[in-house]
Design a protein around this ligand. Structure first.
Ligand SMILES: *Cc1c(COP(=O)(O)O)cnc(C)c1O
Length: 385
């Protein structure tokens, strides 16, 4: 079986884990937590980083720290893992779902500006959605599949309409937008270290920000909002979202390997592109001139009329040959819990969802395994590789 994307633990993981066990520091206090935060902050180029138990917890924390309140609205990509949208609801706020653009499959900043200009208006100094009357507070762009979103149009619109930008960089640690790392583009950002991400802590996440007040707020909220540990005084409703030392130990070791992981992901992507780009009906992912993608999940579009079969059929045929593939995320406006959310002029996201298939692309994928995937796809297309 060739898996889609599995962890690659080839560095100091054992050594650092042993240090945790030998020193008895296994829980959410311990030297690796701080070290992981500092190392990640330095890799991303962000002044502050706060570790959390999951990427979803990081998103929730970032939205709260950014000042998102009950009944606010947050603009978010519909083409994303559902956690981005759920986190908005955890705050008691409401998502407004935005379309993707067709070139790099990221959130469409132009449509977003159009929504703000046409569908919102200023009432007593607050931007309100005309149709719901609610305050529009923030925008949550997602750097999807390892490629950065075209951030400048989103940042400009956010500036003009006074929205806070919260980046969901869960899938794109190491990616760059015009020489700047994802996770430093907006006011606050989050990362995930779930098992299938570019580096993993088993489960884990991180909030990054340049704003010390937001970092302090995030740290406070993730540690039960404790004002005084001796007297057990809590000043707000906080959360137990702190990463443990054991997980952080894995994180420190994995982060040492990040550059190598990105390099390998990019090699795998280039090899797929070479081998598949001439197949009719297959579109390989493009990297924008302003982007450095980490190609987290190598995803192709399969246009059924020209390829001869749709992505479901391709997925099934590859599965029969022991090759695991997966469609991308079903857009949020097609998910039961968000069926009532406002969705603004969405069409590209639906087409991408219908055609997208992610191919095996683990850091540890061998050339022989990749050749098997390539040959299987080429023979399905009616050609021998
Ligand atoms: C993985 C992921 C998350 C959530 O991460 P967890 O660590 O699994 O909670 C959030 N957003 C996106 C876009 C993701 O891909």
């Amino acid at each position: 079986m060739i898996p889609l994307s599995v962890p690659h633990l080839s560095g100091n993981e054992w050594r650092y884990l042993k240090e945790c066990l030998d020193s008895n520091w296994v829980s959410s206090v311990g030297p690796f937590v701080t070290r992981f935060e500092q190392d990640l902050a330095s890799v991303v180029g962000s002044p502050h980083a706060v570790a959390t138990v999951t990427g979803t917890a990081a998103l929730h924390t970032a939205l709260l720290a950014a000042g998102v309140e009950p009944d606010d609205e947050v603009l978010v990509s519909t083409l994303t893992f559902i956690a981005s949208v759920n986190a908005i609801r955890y705050c008691g706020a409401w998502p407004v779902l935005m379309d993707a653009e067709p070139d790099y499959w990221q959130m469409d900043g132009q449509k977003m500006s159009e929504f703000l200009g046409r569908e919102c208006r200023w009432v007593n100094g607050a931007l309100r959605n005309r149709s719901t009357g609610r305050r529009v507070k923030a925008v949550l762009p997602v750097h999807l599949l390892g490629h950065p979103v075209d951030a400048d149009p989103i940042l400009d619109a956010a500036n003009q309409f006074e929205l806070v930008v919260v980046e969901d960089a869960s899938e794109s640690l190491g990616a760059r937008y015009k020489e700047r790392s994802v996770g430093t583009l907006g006011k606050i950002a989050c990362f995930s270290f779930n098992g299938n991400k570019i580096i993993t802590t088993g489960g884990g996440g991180m909030v990054t920000t340049a704003d010390p007040a937001l970092a302090g707020r995030a740290r406070y909220l993730t540690t039960q909002a404790r004002d005084d540990a001796d007297e057990d005084v809590h000043g707000a409703i906080g959360y137990n979202y702190r990463l443990t030392n054991v997980q952080a130990a894995l994180g420190v070791a994995q982060l040492e390997r990040l550059a190598a992981h990105v390099e390998r992901k990019r090699q795998v992507a280039m090899r797929y592109e070479e081998a598949l780009r001439d197949l009719p009906g297959i579109t390989c992912p493009s990297e924008a001139p302003w982007a450095r993608s980490i190609y987290w999940l190598y995803t192709v579009m399969i246009e059924p009329a020209s390829f001869g079969r749709d992505r479901r059929s391709v997925q099934q045929h590859l599965a029969e040959q022991g090759i695991e593939t997966r469609p991308i995320f079903r857009p949020a406006h097609r998910q039961l819990p968000h069926r009532d959310a406002q969705a603004y002029r969405i069409d590209v996201a639906d087409r991408l969802y219908a055609e997208a298939l992610s191919l095996p692309c683990s850091v540890g994928l061998t050339d022989e395994q990749q050749d098997r995937v390539i040959n299987a796809l080429r023979s399905l297309a009616g050609r021998r590789g």
